[in-house]
Design a protein around this ligand. Structure first.
Ligand code: MG
Length: 203
C-alpha cells in the first residue's frame, strides 16, 4: 500500500507557514514503513529538533482506480479516519529552500499516525467533518473539512491522474492551522466529533 499526502489544503495553515497558495494540490508520498505501529509511542528522530504535529482527515481506498472522475470518487472509499503527518519542520525548511524533495522530513519511520477507521455511513457529510487534536488535554488544532481548498472527491480525481489507487491506499488530506512542536512526554489525542480515534505518547 502507499500513502498519498496533500499539502497546503487549508488557507489558514498556508498563512501560518507563509507558503504561497498553490494553483494545484501539493502532493507527496510516505512509504508503508512510515506508519506508526499500533500502541507504540512516537520517538522523536535524532535528526530533528523541531518535529511538528499535523492532524489530518484520512481516506482509505477500497477499489482500484485510475483517472477517477470526481462524480464517481465517492465509490472508491468507504472508511474515514484521522491521523498525524509528523513533520521534521527544521529539515523540511532546509529542503524547501533548496528545492529538494521532502521525504527525509516527512516520510521517516513512524511519521504517519493512522487512527481507528469509521465507516463512511457513520459520517453525515464528508465535506463537513469536525476534527481536532488535543495536546496534553488542550485543543491545539481544530478543523472542518468544509474548509478544504480541494475536497476529498476532488483530491481523488486529482491524485488518480498520476497514481493508480489500490485497495488499502491511504490519503492524508492536509492539515488545518495550529501545527506545532512536540516534545518528550506529550500526549496527543485525535477526535472526529466526540469519538477518540487515536492517543499517542511522544518519547
Ligand atoms: Mg500534512
Amino acid at each position: 500500500m502507499k500513502i498519498i499526502c496533500i499539502g497546503r489544503n487549508y488557507t489558514k495553515h498556508i498563512e501560518e507557514l507563509e507558503n504561497e497558495k498553490p494553483t494545484d494540490p501539493v502532493v507527496f508520498m510516505k512509504p508503508d514503513t512510515a506508519i506508526l505501529l499500533k500502541k507504540q509511542p512516537f520517538f522523536i528522530p535524532d535528526f530533528s529538533g523541531d518535529v511538528h504535529h499535523e492532524v489530518e482527515v484520512l481516506v482509505k481506498i477500497n477499489k482500484v482506480g485510475k483517472y477517477i472522475d470526481r462524480k464517481f470518487a465517492h465509490k472508491y472509499y468507504d472508511q474515514i479516519g484521522l491521523g498525524i503527518d509528523f513533520t521534521a519542520r527544521d529539515m523540511q525548511s532546509k529542503l524547501k529552500e533548496k528545492g529538494l524533495p521532502w521525504e527525509k522530513a516527512k516520510a521517516f519511520d513512524g511519521s504517519a499516525v493512522v487512527g481507528k477507521w469509521l465507516p463512511k455511513e457513520k459520517i453525515n457529510d464528508v465535506n463537513n467533518i469536525e476534527f481536532r487534536l488535543l495536546k496534553n488535554d488542550e485543543i491545539v488544532q481544530e478543523g472542518n473539512t468544509s474548509h478544504m481548498l480541494w475536497k476529498i472527491d476532488e483530491l481523488i480525481e486529482y491524485v488518480s491522474k498520476y497514481f493508480t489507487l489500490k485497495i488499502g491506499d491511504i490519503i492524508f488530506t492536509g492539515t488545518p492551522a495550529g501545527v506545532g512542536k512536540v516534545i518528550a512526554n506529550d500526549r496527543l489525542k485525535g477526535f472526529i466529533d466526540n469519538e477518540e480515534l487515536f492517543s499517542i505518547t511522544i518519547k
